[in-house]
Design a protein around this ligand. Sequence first.
Ligand code: PLP
Length: 409
Amino acid sequence: MKPTGPIPPYFEADADSQLLIGGVSAEELVADAGGTPLFVYDNNIVGAQIASLKAAMPDGLAIYYSVTANPYEPLLNFLGRYVDGFRVVSLGELNHLKRAGLAGIGMTFAGPGKGDDELERGISAGATISVESEGEAARAIRAGERAGIRPKLAVRVNPPFSIDSRGLTLGARPTPFGVDAERVPSLVEGLLDAGVDWRGLHIFAAAQCLDDSALIEAHKAIISCAGDICRSLDRPLPELNLGGGFDVPCFAGEQPIDIYRLANALHETVRNGPELLATTRLSLELGRWLVAECGVYLTRVLDRTESCGETFLTTDGGGHHLLGATGCLLERGRGNFPIAVANKFGTPAEEQVTVTGCLATPHDIFGDEVMLPPAEVGNLIAIFCAGAYGLSASPQGWESRPSAREMLV
Ligand SMILES: Cc1ncc(COP(=O)(O)O)c(C=O)c1O
């Protein structure tokens, strides 16, 4: 038996042990959507995450949602009521926002590899462009001239430090993500001379991080680095984007981030921070933490087979929809995502099974030797923590199979 990640605390069963998502049974949701595989996103969970973050964090801290985590337009529309803006990395993401009815909302446009057309369309849409290099800054200025708009530009900094974290870290190494910190003051001087609307700095140091202490250290180091840059410039900083990178527990043994601990430390760091940052607007751009737990992927058991004494449940889903929860292409990462039989939710886990997807690769596994209530052909399997980097971050063209359905409840 191998362990599974913790099921987020928001889910319960009805009297018939049917998993409820947003108060509706998984089977009803599948019937409404027209079938499986189906991603269901519960807006109450997203709302609860945003509310707890806002309650904890310093007043005036702006919260941006990183569209890459989940660009489902009804979800973007819902988020638009609560966040201060969005972070996009492409014209496609910008168009998602437009189609979600959010054309006029605050936006930052970040990420390396922005084309001239993307820069011009981003500037025209009112986005703050987070420039990743001197060359991109020059192209953004020209794009502003073509559009007849004074561009709003921030500078992404490749910081001189790297955080000690199990997740992904950035900084203190060669990268196309941002300008090395020591070159930032002269780049900013150049931007100011060119007459752009300089919006500040963007420093992203950690991703997929569940370690409060590492995030606290990251925020301290980011604020100190921003202070050094402003001292060289001898001018205050309009905005400091602290990046994102808060993770949620998806694997056995993982614990959630303590948002209040993080917020208290940030309060403290800001209070004792550099004077030139006293009027700086702080922002966070979060994806995964805001939406991962709201999503449940529902997939139907197509077959139940025995082989060499082990039981396999083959489903109609797979890594082409939710790559991160399978071992597709990668080694089996950190283990099993939280998983359940949606028709027997909360009933005793009495048998060991391996739950696979339908792709013709032995790596397409959602639950590797997991304990579940006995499941039959036709039952629904629920995979949790499926709200971030799911459908849009999976190779949907693989085996030319249908896409998954999506719904917001
Ligand atoms: C610059 C930047 N900001 C924010 C994010 C969002 O990260 P997460 O979804 O882990 O919060 C990313 C993710 O790649 C990023 O590169």
